[in-house]
Design a protein around this ligand. Structure first.
Ligand code: MG
Length: 402
């Protein structure tokens, strides 16, 4: 069996909905925003086709995948590790492996696992060692009591809020509303303006609320800052969504800086790297909770297979009220049942995209819209991403929640 072609499918995706049918504030239209999904297909001379998904910077990764294609044509797709190493060596001259290189290799790697499963007639989880569990717990997003209570009524057992504004007040309101039988997490999004000292203060204030974790309290580049927060506050930490490959997660894990590692299924380097990251985490009693809030449904399938097969799976991130086109993008579309997703039993990943549907949504752009001067410079942004590009937020305002 030989690889004959690699094809990419890029689409512009609508904004997620938080709560039933309620559009996110600031989104004026169905497709406003920059979220893109990039799917790829790897074709073989025996008619078996593998599917994968890349995240990171999809429009750029599309070109990277096309560049890597020449390395794959004529190769046996079942030698996954060999092909992963071949790709990595080929792009080494471009510098350290970042989200573009790893993102491209991720989609290709995912498709190779899909092909291997289809050829052997077994689900990918079976190739990874077999099932540890039959279903995967999910968590959803909620930053207000109303949304959290709605999710709870649908069987969701864990919610994550955003801590870009008033983190302590947000968590306090959520805990009061949902009680003690629901896990709550908060994502501080590691913005450049949040220093280790400030993040440590926030973490200490959050101690009484029994959080499952604080995610990205500071930028992931500042590993010594993670140590400082860890030594100051008794709250579990999570990070890793911006890191790629085994080497990207290595220090977070080896230095015991996190309790939960969150590799992004679409850019961490594929199922091959995710399995290795999970094994390294297992040796440190660290749980795995793949990042996937911005990802499409093919990567979700890959995460389900991985989480089915590793002992230290915590749960999977899922925007329960995503853009309505999500369900039409893939066949079949997994439906959660009372807070869980069933592990697929079909050979390979068990999913395909609807190519005609994907083609209806051409990409229109793929960078977060920076704040405009008219919007009040660096305070009020266009939508959720604005704080990422700020160099400094007024400290008192953030810490006081006003
Ligand atoms: Mg995050």
């Amino acid at each position: 069996m030989k690889i004959t072609a690699v094809k990419t499918f890029l689409m512009h995706v609508g904004a997620p909905h938080v709560g039933r049918g309620q559009p996110v504030a600031g989104y004026s239209g169905n497709l406003t925003g920059t979220r893109n999904w990039l799917f790829i297909k790897v074709y073989t001379d025996v008619g078996v086709v593998g599917i994968g998904e890349c995240s990171g910077w999809p429009r750029v990764i599309q070109t990277a995948v096309q560049d890597l294609q020449q390395l794959l044509i004529g190769e046996d797709p079942t030698h996954i590790e060999r092909l992963w190493q071949k790709m990595q060596l080929a792009i080494m001259g471009h510098g350290m492996t970042g989200t573009v290189g790893a993102g491209a290799m991720t989609g290709i790697d995912m498709a190779l696992w899909d092909i291997k499963g289809k050829v052997l007639g077994v689900p990918v989880w079976n190739l990874l060692g077999g099932k540890v569990r039959e279903r995967i717990r999910i968590y959803a997003h909620a930053s207000t009591p109303d949304v959290a209570l709605d999710l709870k009524s649908r069987g969701i057992t864990a919610v994550k809020c955003s801590g870009l504004r008033d983190p302590v007040g947000t968590v306090e309101r959520l805990r009061e509303a949902v009680g003690d039988d629901m896990d709550i997490m908060i994502d501080l999004h590691g913005p450049p303006w949040l220093t280790p000292a400030d993040a440590a203060s926030v973490a200490r204030e959050l101690e009484p609320f029994n959080l499952l974790f604080i995610e990205d309290p500071i930028p992931p580049e500042n590993l010594d800052g993670y140590r400082r927060i860890r030594d100051t506050a008794n709250v579990p930490l999570a990070a890793g969504e911006r890191m790629v490959t085994l080497f990207g997660s290595r220090e977070l894990i080896e230095r015991d800086l996190v309790d939960v590692i969150q590799p992004d299924t679409g850019r961490a380097g594929g199922i091959t790297q995710m399995k290795k990251i999970a094994a390294m985490a297992e040796a440190h009693h660290i749980m795995v909770a793949p990042h996937s809030g911005s990802l499409g449904p093919v990567a979700e399938y890959a995460a389900l297979h991985l989480l089915a097969a590793i002992p230290n799976a915590l749960f999977l991130e899922r925007i329960e009220d995503d853009w309505e086109g999500r369900a039409q993008t893939v066949i079949p579309h997994p439906q959660s049942e009372r807070g869980y997703l069933k592990v697929p039993d079909t050979p390979g990943l068990g999913v395909d995209i609807d190519e005609d549907f994907v083609a209806r949504f051409p990409s229109m752009g793929n960078v977060s819209v920076p704040v405009s001067e008219a919007s009040g410079a660096y305070v009020e942004g266009t939508y959720g991403e604005h704080v990422y590009v700020q160099t400094r937020l007024p400290r008192a305002r953030y810490l006081s929640g006003k």
